[in-house]
Design a protein around this ligand. Structure first.
Ligand SMILES: Cc1cc2nc3c(=O)[nH]c(=O)nc-3n(C[C@H](O)[C@H](O)[C@H](O)COP(=O)(O)OP(=O)(O)OC[C@H]3O[C@@H](n4cnc5c(N)ncnc54)[C@H](O)[C@@H]3O)c2cc1C
Length: 296
């Protein structure tokens, strides 16, 4: 397989990739390979080849919502970091999937555009944000997206208008179709007052610093909030704050964050997740659903 991939000339390839370096928890063993595709054509070529050879593949953004497995991962990871064009025209932003969401929120603020203030502290890419409809402070990508250009399962380029993207709380059409790849999006923002936009973002940055364990590796909120309640409240009420499971720990600042406290493994994190789910179910009858993704 190595030779087939190399002759395609699709971009940089890292074999036996240390997964720890590609997710914000810093966990995981070794992956078969990571391909950093040069452009859209290279992306199509590599996926076609992998599909023909029945090779498992997965797109990664910044790995800020992922738990990679310990040991060997027998899939090929594909990074879109080189798909990072961005252009602002009036109130519309065209941006490719590999662009940083947090960086985009600053660019928008500098252009006096309001709407992306919520995204300042979300350490993902545009592709990852669309996939899971990232959001905060009662806003999310679904409020801004006009359309998304993507590759469908047959590697054909298609466009979905907002109404067809199926954006809901931390989900989208793409989450339900994991073999589709977001290529780019057009966002519609509004004119605003630059100083006000920056002051809202600064306020939220301070709130995050105070309420989230940003000094430790994590992948953000572990569980989705159940209807009408907060996962963090349920977990905290069971005395989980500060609970250690191997090297993983429930944050003392925020009970819906698991942190990599001391060289945690993926099994430590998953073990703690399962322990929390079991006990929350036992005490409250609530099934806590994972917001993060355990890569298999
Ligand atoms: C400190 C911290 C705070 C966070 N706060 C928030 C928050 O406030 N709100 C929030 O919503 N999230 C938050 N997150 C979680 C995370 O940042 C978001 O879910 C983000 O959108 C994930 O983007 P990513 O590029 O890192 O995706 P990854 O984690 O790399 O991937 C996530 C999924 O998206 C898929 N994917 C990625 N790119 C594409 C693409 N181009 N096409 C198709 N599929 C793709 C991957 O295959 C994977 O299934 C936080 C995380 C951290 C570490």
């Amino acid at each position: 397989m190595k030779q087939e991939i190399e002759t395609l000339d699709v971009g940089r390839i890292i074999y036996d990739v240390p997964l720890k370096d590609y997710n914000t928890y810093h966990v995981g063993g070794v992956g078969k390979a990571l391909v950093i595709v040069e452009n859209k054509e290279a992306l199509k070529k590599i996926i076609k080849e992998l599909n023909q050879n029945n090779e498992k593949w997965k797109i990664i953004g910044n790995g800020s919502n992922l738990i990679f497995p310990d040991g060997f991962y027998d899939g090929i990871l594909i990074s879109l970091e080189k798909l990072d064009a961005m252009e602002i025209t009036g109130t519309e932003i065209y941006v490719e999937a590999g662009y940083s969401l947090a960086k985009l929120s600053i660019k928008a603020a500098k252009a006096s555009l309001t709407g992306l203030e919520f995204a300042g502290g979300i350490p993902g890419t545009i592709g990852g944000a669309i996939f899971m409809n990232a959001g905060a402070y009662k806003s999310d990508m679904g409020y801004l997206v006009k359309e998304v250009a993507y590759l469908d399962e047959n590697l054909e380029e298609k466009v979905l208008k907002n109404k067809d993207c199926d954006f809901h709380y931390r989900t989208s059409y793409f989450k339900k179709h994991p073999n589709c790849v977001c290529l780019s999006t057009k966002l519609e923002l509004k004119h605003g007052v630059k100083e006000l936009i920056f002051s809202v973002m600064e306020d939220r940055r301070i709130r995050r610093l105070e309420s989230q364990p940003l000094e430790y590796p994590s992948a953000g909120s572990v569980f989705r909030n159940p209807e009408g309640d907060y996962a963090g409240r349920l977990i905290e009420s069971l005395g989980y704050k500060g609970k250690l499971y191997g090297g993983a720990m429930v944050s003392e600042k925020h009970a819906n964050f698991i942190i990599n406290k001391n060289n945690a493994t993926a099994s430590d994190i998953v073990g703690l997740i399962e322990d929390i789910q079991k006990n929350v179910k036992k005490k409250y009858g609530v099934d806590l659903k994972l917001e993060q993704e355990i890569v298999k």
